[in-house]
Design a protein around this ligand. Structure first.
Ligand code: TYM
Length: 331
């Protein structure tokens, strides 16, 4: 059975981008593959959270994984920092990860541009840690959004480099995966790019947002006075609303509004109302379970402990073999 690995950073609540880009695939894949889904708390250290925030955010992601329907009996759910073999593999991979290639990573360049005063080594070697996460379980499929494609390419590079260097065909190649035809990129409500946690509070719709908040955020989305000619190309800040509709609404609803747009008869107020209602319906089952699960600390502890045990069994087997391949031997 093929092995699947993916994770989400513990940086706060999950939004529709995380859900449609990653978590929906996790839920489907758990029935068909040997799945490892984790909370990337080491990765979230690049932005220096307080200890209380870090802990709260790890819990938040764990709760939302479970609320979304990841089943700990089917998939291995764990916290990255419970697996010390991961940073050990990261150290080994770092010896053959080169400054130039790390500096060329698009997400590194974006981070440097966004925050030039916090260009730490953890940020630079982020893709190496991510490669360690994936290849430690010898995964071949990695359900992620479009923004992670380059990181997957780098994971293949580091795994292949290890194989070549030590003359072993040891790590298989992992590829980004989505159940939809293409990897998903969910736009934000502001139409300025992808939905993200750092792109402003009103840009993202969270799985835990109440119906009132969802309605408010969607109604605030910027629109214009409408198309002036039939079949006019949609500007980015309108296209995003249609793209969001494509994922949360039915095909009929999408077609209906697309037709109105093409005939210059669209009323954006109606479109936004419909979009908000469909987002509420799409997120309802998750939102309803969040509070119950969050209050069950005993259950959460059990899930994390069970997951850590299973993930460590897999990771330590790889590490033992890797150490031998490298030449670390006991006297
Ligand atoms: P993070 O927390 O930034 O994102 C988690 C997942 O959500 C997806 N995603 C999106 N997909 C579509 N549209 C969006 N607007 C959107 N925003 C976020 C991301 O593609 C990702 O799948 N580096 C990873 C965390 C990680 C990881 C790993 C993933 C660490 N190690 C090993 C897979 C395997 C990340 O971006 O997290």
């Amino acid at each position: 059975m093929e092995t699947v690995v993916s994770g989400i950073r513990s940086t706060g609540k999950l939004h529709l981008g995380n859900y449609y880009g990653a978590v929906k695939s996790f839920i489907k894949m758990q029935h068909e593959y040997n799945c490892f889904f984790f909370i990337a708390d080491y990765h979230s250290l690049t932005t220096h959270p307080t200890p209380a925030d870090l802990h709260g955010n790890v819990k938040q992601v764990l709760v939302e994984y479970l609320a979304a329907g990841i089943d700990p009996e089917k998939a291995t759910i764990y916290v990255q920092s419970d697996i010390p073999e991961i940073p050990e593999l990261y150290l080994f991979l770092n010896m053959n990860a080169y400054m130039g290639e790390l500096e060329r990573s698009t997400s590194f360049k974006d981070k440097v541009r966004a925050n030039p005063n916090n260009v730490n080594a953890g940020l630079l070697t982020y893709p190496v840690l991510m490669a360690a996460d994936i290849i430690i379980h010898k995964a071949t499929k990695v359900p992620v959004g479009k923004d992670q494609e380059q990181h997957l390419e780098m994971a293949r590079t580091f795994g292949n480099r290890f194989n070549r260097m030590y003359g072993h065909d040891y790590f298989p190649e992992p590829y980004a995966f989505s159940f939809t035809e293409k990897l998903v990129k969910i736009p934000g409500l502001d139409g300025k790019g992808k939905m993200g946690k750092s792109e402003g509070e009103n840009n993202a719709v969270y799985l835990s947002d109440s119906p009132e908040i969802i309605r408010k955020k969607v109604m605030k989305a910027v629109t214009d006075s409408g198309p002036t000619a039939e079949f006019q190309e949609k500007p980015d800040f309108i296209q995003n609303l249609f793209d969001l509709m494509k994922v949360v609404s039915s095909e009929d609803t999408y077609q209906h509004f697309d037709e109105l747009y093409n005939k210059c008869q669209i009323r954006y107020g109606d479109l936004k109302k419909q979009l908000a209602e469909d987002m509420i319906v799409a997120t309802n089952p998750v939102r309803e379970r969040i509070n119950d699960i969050a209050s069950d600390t005993v259950y959460l502890r059990k899930v994390a402990q069970l997951g850590a045990e299973k993930a460590r069994a897999s990771a330590s087997k790889t590490l033992q073999e890797v150490r031998e391949i490298i030449g670390f031997k006991h006297f």
